[in-house]
Write a protein of this length. Structure first.
Length: 108
């Protein structure tokens, strides 16, 4: 049985339309590097910078994975800085408690 229409390859230079590349989260990576944790933010910047190049090379699944990893690293950078600030505040409160100095006595 033959097919009613022959299957020809696509014309030369024809590229299927996959739509725009995913959001690379580069802004969040830069902000988390500057304001939060530097090492985790650098990893987020590297992952975010890979998104567009992977997308335009045709590696669409890898581009989505790099975008997700950039968002993950930026998020962990922000979370780790929040944890460090919270631990610092606990440390200060514990030191005030052990030394016996009231916070209000330090105010003029």
């Amino acid at each position: 049985m033959t097919q009613p229409y022959p299957q020809y390859p696509p014309p030369h230079g024809w590229v299927p339309n996959y739509g725009p590349p995913p959001d690379n989260n580069l802004v969040w990576a830069i902000l988390s590097t500057v304001m939060c944790c530097l090492p985790l933010g650098i990893v987020a910047i590297v992952k975010a910078s890979q998104v567009n190049s992977l997308w335009f090379q045709g590696f669409h699944a890898e581009a989505h994975r790099a975008a997700d990893e950039a968002r993950k690293w930026a998020m962990w950078s922000a979370i780790s800085s929040g944890i460090l600030v919270a631990l610092y505040l606990v440390f200060i409160l514990v030191m005030f408690a052990f030394v016996g100095v009231s916070f209000w006595s330090l105010m003029p």
